[in-house]
Design a protein around this ligand. Structure first.
Ligand code: UD1
Length: 429
């Protein structure tokens, strides 16, 4: 059975306006957090992407009723009667682990499959486990499952994270809101999605201060109530991806539905590369003409440069006038996409967590395969400016995180189409 493909014919100028969807990484955690209070909640500004559908399945599997509407999801968590997230679901999406904290918070139990090694490095869970243990959670890890219980109740405690892990900060927050007493999370992640989650939890009745700073303080409460309605923040990573498209295609391309302050580091790199930016409250316009300046990038936890935009920016560096160095500090093995773009003529040498990129004048279209979500998006971006046709396989990765990716690009002038699996012919492969 052939798989679906995205086919891009390079060289078309890009201009127009793109509205970004709600942030994937926020919605997934808000959906998990809804488990904390029995009842009905509606989350708005929900992207239509497969990871969100999958989180719906995780919640349904626990007994929740989940109904997707027009960019919204309504979840009734009253009927939840299971604490198990099975391997079949966790294996398909690591973010399923976000149900661990809320299940412990509401039921005092969780039975969650261990996520396997991920394609972007071995993503560990030690900080989730150590942090929750400090709160009184006992773990039995065997037969591929994490079994969590609270033999002596959940108690607030000080926790210092080794690294500002997004997932560990979120799981800890979602358990601590129901603990007895005060929890402080030091060296907490500061991503905007953490702030969105804290806002949602506060709407439920939680007491949280400091979200968005390195120290979050949570005073546990006895009861949480479902949030009638919450609107998710815009997806800063989708926004950053389209801004890169705008630079490649000349622009002016406007990205709306995102707060520029959440993308500060990415915007400063675009400027350093020579792009022109106009910034308003919830929109950013980019345009570019002439050569791109080479620019070094280091990925870091927020407010540093986001690892989720590293591959997209590597496309810009691959076409810049000179050498750039990208240092990946957040995940191991996050350069897999570089092998594919090298097949399109990019000059990239990887040494450990450094990528040395010598810009070339032109990329050449080729058949390529998405190694992961952001790498897949970056290959499509490369195809936009490559000479001739680029055929991107493995597009299920792109569908995990981008809503109507090719349609949004086509609306700005890209010559791009999705060829569904049943229509793939020898001409495409
Ligand atoms: C989240 C995002 C992902 C983003 C990442 C960093 C979701 C669904 N995904 O992933 O898109 O790239 O934040 O911004 O929100 N680590 C440990 N032990 C732990 C936890 C993490 O060693 O217990 C390591 C990981 O292996 C990784 C680094 O810490 O190298 C960062 O991971 P983390 O911030 O937890 O990322 P995720 O929450 O998995």
């Amino acid at each position: 059975m052939p798989e679906g493909l995205i086919v891009v014919n390079g060289g078309a100028p890009l201009a127009g306006t793109v509205s970004v969807a709600g942030a994937k990484n926020s919605v997934l955690k808000l959906m998990a957090a809804s488990l904390l209070a029995p009842g009905v909640t509606t989350i708005r500004n929900v992207p239509i992407i497969s990871d969100v559908t999958l989180m719906g399945e995780v919640l349904e599997n626990l007994g929740a009723k989940v109904a997707f509407g027009n960019h919204e999801v309504t979840i009734d968590t009253a009927p939840v009667d299971s604490v198990e997230a099975p391997w079949e679901l966790v294996a398909r999406m690591r973010a399923s682990i976000a149900v661990l904290g809320p299940l412990v918070g509401r039921f005092g139990r969780a039975h969650v499959a261990m996520p396997g090694g991920c394609q972007i490095g071995s993503r560990k869970l030690d900080m989730h486990i150590l942090g929750l243990e400090a709160l009184g959670v006992a773990f039995d890890i065997s037969h591929g499952f994490i079994d969590a219980s609270i033999p002596q109740g959940l108690k607030g405690a000080p926790v210092i994270l080794d690294f500002p892990s997004v997932g560990a900060t979120e799981n800890l927050m979602m358990a601590a809101v129901r603990a007895c007493g005060i929890t402080t999370i030091d060296n907490a992640a500061r991503e905007p999605e953490i702030v969105d989650l804290a806002g949602y939890l506060v709407q439920m009745g939680a007491r949280i201060t400091g979200a968005g700073t390195p120290t979050i303080e949570i005073e546990g409460v006895d009861e949480l109530l479902p949030v009638a309605e919450h609107r998710t923040i815009g997806d800063r990573i989708e926004a950053g991806t389209f801004l890169v498209a705008g630079v490649l295609g000349g622009g002016p391309l406007t990205v709306e539905g995102v707060r520029p302050a959440q993308l500060e580091m990415a915007l400063s790199k675009l400027k350093a590369m020579g792009a022109e930016l106009t910034v308003a409250a919830d929109r950013i316009t980019v345009s570019h003409d002439g050569a791109l300046r080479p620019t070094d990038i280091q990925t870091l936890p927020h407010p540093g440069f986001p690892t989720d935009l590293q591959a997209q920016f590597m496309v810009l560096d691959a076409l810049a006038d000179g050498r750039s160095v990208i240092t990946e500090n957040v995940f191991e093995n996050r350069f897999m996409f570089a092998d594919e773009i090298a097949r399109m003529g990019a000059d990239i040498r990887i040494e450990g967590h450094f990528a040395f990129i010598d810009g070339v004048r032109q990329l050449s279209g080729a058949p390529v395969r998405s190694p992961d979500l952001r790498g897949g998006a970056a290959l499509v971006l490369a195809g936009l400016v490559a000479d001739g046709q680029t055929v991107v396989a493995g597009i299920e990765h792109i569908d995990r995180g981008y809503e109507h990716f090719e349609r949004k690009l086509a609306s700005c002038g890209a010559r791009i189409e999705r060829v569904p699996a049943e229509k793939v012919t020898k001409r495409h492969v």
